[in-house]
Write a protein that binds this ligand. Structure first.
Ligand SMILES: [Mn+2]
Length: 317
């Protein structure tokens, strides 16, 4: 496995902690200001060099820039222009050796929670989701049929280009994996749906982000899901994460405190020969920390990365 951390493009103490923890690869989020043109190689190079000069190798792009992807998911009038820009990113990524994109297909709203203040072990704070607390009239209506059509349209356009540039598209399941969420339908909400999605266009460059917590929330058998994608060589990226509960009512957990036997999962990746980028996802906010960006605070990462590194070392038999 290639251990990574998810970092914004401006240096922060999280960059320093990554290096101090022995993490040398970055999952990068591109700048979201209007100045940044994701089809401009020199804009990319500035970001790339900021990371690489710090000793962090940009390895995965996450997410697909929302400014492009929102129209593609919604299938609006800007879609073709946005797809064209996505395609123009690939040769730039190719030259920079960034080989994986983590992308989701949640239209209109991204990952959603109904609480950002739930208590975990020792009073640490985590997010949670309860369907009954989610406003039934929220969001802009879109049907599942439209979403499948929009996903197919997008993949048919971009997968051949990704192949040309040896870039792997790693679809992330919907979080929470429920449909509809308010008025917004969702499609990537089960193992079966994810398997359908990665076969919409036959390609060894189309696969999944194994967001463990989302597959657990779906109620799928996580080990079977991992094995199913591994068999087809479609497991491209891992989000190391756990949740307690089910898709209609769950909360995040510390990575060692959820229902999943994490040591067993890491051994399973080894047994299946999976060696892909992995990052910790949705960490608790710990004592003394701001909860401004729930799931992405700093102290919980230190614990989660240390725990993950221990499991990876322990599995190296
Ligand atoms: Mn995830």
């Amino acid at each position: 496995m290639i251990i990574t951390d998810y970092l914004r493009s401006d240096p922060s103490v999280q960059w320093t902690y990554a290096k101090q923890m022995g993490v040398d690869h970055a999952v990068i989020r591109l700048p979201e200001d209007k100045e940044f043109d994701c089809t401009n190689p020199s804009h990319w190079r500035l970001v790339y060099e900021r990371f690489s000069n710090y000793g962090l190798v940009p390895t995965v792009l996450e997410p697909m820039p929302n400014a492009l992807h929102d129209s593609i998911k919604a299938g609006d009038a800007q879609r073709d222009a946005c797809i064209d820009q996505v395609i123009r990113m690939f040769p730039i990524m190719d030259r920079l050796n960034i080989r994986t994109v983590c992308l989701n297909f949640m239209a209109h709203v991204g990952w959603s929670r109904t609480s950002h203040q739930l208590q975990e072990r020792g009073g640490a704070i985590v997010t949670g989701f309860r369907l009954q607390d989610y406003p039934a009239d929220a969001g802009q209506a879109i049907s599942e049929a439209e979403l499948w059509a929009n996903l197919s349209y997008f993949l048919e356009a971009v997968v051949p280009e990704a192949e040309k540039h040896n870039i792997r598209l790693a679809l992330h399941p919907d979080d929470p994996p429920v449909s509809p969420l308010g008025k917004v339908s969702r499609i990537l909400t089960s193992l079966q749906a994810m398997q359908r999605a990665v076969h919409l266009v036959p390609s060894d460059h189309l696969g999944v982000t194994m967001c463990q917590g989302t597959f657990t929330a779906m109620g799928e058998n996580l080990e079977e899901a991992i094995a199913a994608f591994a068999r087809e060589n479609k497991l491209f990226f891992v989000h190391f994460r756990d949740v307690a509960g089910d898709k209609t009512d769950f909360r995040e957990t510390f990575h060692d405190n959820g229902p999943t036997d994490m040591a067993r999962i890491i051994r399973l990746y080894r047994e299946l020969g999976i060696s892909v980028p992995i990052r910790v996802d949705h960490v608790p906010t710990l004592a003394g920390e701001s909860n401004d960006i729930p799931g992405y605070a700093t102290l919980g990462r230190l614990f989660a990365v240390g725990y993950l590194k221990g499991l990876l070392d322990g599995a190296r038999v």
